[in-house]
Design a protein around this ligand. Structure first.
Ligand code: PNS
Length: 160
């Protein structure tokens, strides 16, 4: 059984993340989408809420599990018996950070490989931070996030 993890902040999950998750789920037997909760950066939604939001928009994906993790990603990967880390690459500017992270993770555990998947072009410009900013400024984010995330953002911030 080939298991991959798809780690990230997912604050909140966007249609771009879902696109990558679905592509990964077609390739691997099981994909664990894992929220990092030891991040230095302050989060917009709590880990519990982010978990709930991911749960709400992935019910149709049979081979996807949702989890959270603390500590090193490679240690978590080993714990859940994943041999692959999935990361999304939207544009060249993502590459430098992703390259460093992938190679550092390889230094930490050479048995775990990182693979990069490209989301559909329509999500090239999309990120959780852009969604958050547009929400705060009362813009329309309905095309960028799943229905349940949209509802939550609207409840919290009264966006369109
Ligand atoms: O969605 P993000 O914020 O780009 O995800 C980054 C994440 C969570 C994958 C990365 O920060 C991470 O792996 N954190 C766990 C701690 C860790 O293993 N750090 C060493 C990475 S080289």
């Amino acid at each position: 059984m080939k298991i991959a993890i798809y780690p990230g902040s997912f604050d909140p999950i966007t249609n771009g993340h879902l696109d990558i998750l679905k592509r990964g789920a077609k390739i691997f037997d099981k994909v664990v989408i894992a929220i990092a909760d030891n991040m230095r950066k302050e989060s917009y939604f709590s880990v519990e809420k982010r978990l709930e939001l991911i749960e709400g928009c992935t019910t149709d994906l049979d081979n996807v599990e949702i989890d959270r993790f603390k500590g090193l990603l490679v240690d978590y990967a080993k714990k859940v018996k994943a041999s692959v880390i999935i990361r999304g690459l939207r544009q060249v500017s993502d590459f430098e950070y992703e390259f460093q992270m992938a190679l550092m993770n390889r230094q930490l555990n050479d048995n775990i490989d990182t693979i990069f998947l490209m989301p559909h072009e329509k999500y090239t410009y999309l990120s959780s931070s852009v969604v958050r900013e547009i929400t705060k400024l009362n813009g329309d984010i309905s095309r960028f996030v799943p229905e349940n995330v949209l509802k939550e953002l609207r409840n919290k911030y009264g966006s369109k």
